[in-house]
Design a protein around this ligand. Structure first.
Ligand code: RP5
Length: 171
């Protein structure tokens, strides 16, 4: 079994610049991840095999990025009970609206948790995967608490302003 708990999958090598940011975020939490390129339309049998083996290989969350008619996240979600986070990627003349709608509009029963288009979404996919894993992993939960605490200090307040106890306790 690999030590990766998150499988970051994308439809094309051209998706890598955005999707590697998801891995960088997972590193902040100390979460092991792996990366794979496989297309739901160019290599459907590979996608099927990857999804079928994902759980037994130790993966707990899949993050799938795709552009254009972006069916990879939905296809993965249809083939595994693991939670799937979809990252819509821009790159066509429709600038990601095409992939956003393809990914977010899954019919009931086969959900794909869809994040923002592009690099922002790739990063948030990492944060969302961490929140899922934090439910069953005290180390990830502690890293999440620390990150939220650090984020809550990123404020600039007017002189004399009383925030009512200061930065909120994110616990
Ligand atoms: C999708 O088509 C991929 O996810 C990629 O975003 C897009 C373009 O792929 P390439 O033509 O760059 O391989 O399948």
């Amino acid at each position: 079994m690999s030590s990766a708990r998150v499988g970051i999958v994308m439809g094309s090598e051209s998706d890598l610049p955005a999707m590697r940011l998801c891995g960088e975020v997972l590193d902040e939490y100390g979460i092991g991840w792996e990366i794979a390129v496989m297309s739901a339309h160019r290599a459907p049998e590979v996608v099927r095999a990857y999804a079928a083996q994902a759980e037994s290989r130790g993966l707990r969350v899949l993050v799938a990025g795709a552009g254009a008619a972006a069916h990879l996240p939905g296809v993965l979600a249809s083939l595994t009970p693991l939670p799937v986070i979809g990252v819509p990627l821009a790159g066509t003349p429709l600038a990601g609206i095409d992939s956003l709608l393809s990914i977010v509009q899954m019919p009931p029963g086969v959900p794909v948790a869809t994040v923002a288009v592009g690099e922002m979404g790739a990063r948030n996919a990492g944060h969302l995967a961490a929140r899922i894993l934090a439910l069953g992993d005290p180390d990830v939960a502690a890293a999440l608490r620390a990150l939220r605490q650090e984020m809550s200090t990123r404020v600039r307040l007017p002189e004399g302003f009383d925030a009512g106890g200061g930065a909120p306790d994110p616990a």
